[in-house]
Ligand binder design. Structure first.
Ligand code: RRO
Length: 294
């Protein structure tokens, strides 16, 4: 049974933020969802201080072995989340991690302070890596900015703070080290890789926003390499993700240094993918590494 920052989890497979709508799944599957929840912890879609409508469609584009999204962070805002979503997410049978994003220290502090005081929340993920929102990437692209943000947020709560790293930098391990120095309890990686698709006939971008973020099996080897670099450079736990769709994929990430793994894009194809990956890990092939994690 994995221990993640003092939180006991049934197995090492959680969801990637924004890739599984647990409230909609409950409507579709009913209480069966609670009996067989696919993840050992649930990470919410990223929330912002104010409500956001998200980007214009088209927001999703399939690619060979992957998907480009430009969703643009639609969410109900802090008040809507606390009043409408949190009570429903608190009924899930697993610990809740809330993902947040803001564009300045003051707004980030407001989000973290109000979410941290809710006992339903086990941990907070700081999304400093969204590729689809103007200025969403600035903090996470610069180690100094990441450390400064943690300097402001760390004193606000004793709950675990997880920094979601961007893959869109030359050395993600430098940002991970900065997060650790600032007092982060864990890092998670990777968010999506900046990507585009264009209609060759017209030259018009496939996504209304013009570009987006690539996920799915196509990014897995890149994610694995970034995880190895981050795990080698830091002591804090890492949540590894990027195209994981089987127990063998998950085992690769765990062996490379992840404490937990997250399933993202695969859940769009198969909403029970989390359970399948966890079962494959347990029953088929994975033995936790005994010696070094690197
Ligand atoms: O909502 C999005 O467009 C989005 C976010 Br917040 C993110 O962190 N990563 C991503 O690929 N899409």
């Amino acid at each position: 049974m994995p221990d993640f920052c003092g939180i006991q989890l049934e197995h090492p497979v959680i969801n990637a933020s924004g890739t599984y709508d647990a409230i909609a799944a409950r409507r579709v599957f009913g209480d069966e969802l609670l009996a067989e929840f696919p993840f050992s912890a649930f990470v919410s879609k990223t929330i912002t201080p104010e409500p956001r409508a998200g980007n214009e469609p088209r927001r999703i584009w399939e690619t060979p072995a992957g998907m480009i999204n430009s969703i643009g962070l639609p969410n109900k805002g802090l008040t809507g989340f606390l009043e409408e979503d949190l009570p429903q997410l608190a009924e899930l049978p697993v610990p809740l991690i809330v993902s947040v994003m803001a564009t300045n220290h003051e707004d980030f502090s407001h989000l973290v302070a109000l979410i941290a005081e809710r006992e339903e929340v086990a941990a907070i993920e700081l999304n400093v890596s969204c590729p689809n929102v103007h200025s969403g990437l600035i903090v996470g692209e610069q180690p100094g900015e990441t450390e400064a943000l943690l300097g402001v947020l760390r004193p606000l709560t004793e709950k675990p703070l997880i920094v979601k790293l961007t893959p869109n930098v030359a050395a993600p391990e430098s940002v991970a080290v900065a997060a650790e120095s600032g007092g982060a309890d864990a890092v998670s990686l990777i968010n999506t890789l900046k990507a585009s698709a264009v209609d060759p006939a017209s030259g018009v971008p496939a996504l209304a926003a013009g570009h987006g973020g690539l996920s799915g099996p196509a990014v897995r080897p890149i994610a694995l390499q970034q995880l190895r670099a981050v795990a080698a450079a830091t002591e804090i736990p890492a949540i590894g993700m990027g195209g994981i769709s089987s127990g063998a994929d998950a085992a690769e990430f765990l062996t490379a240094g992840a404490t937990l793994v997250a399933v993202g894009t695969e859940s769009f194809r198969d909403p029970r993918a989390g359970s399948r990956v966890a079962n494959e890990l347990e029953t088929e092939m994975y033995q936790p590494p005994v010696a070094s994690r690197h």
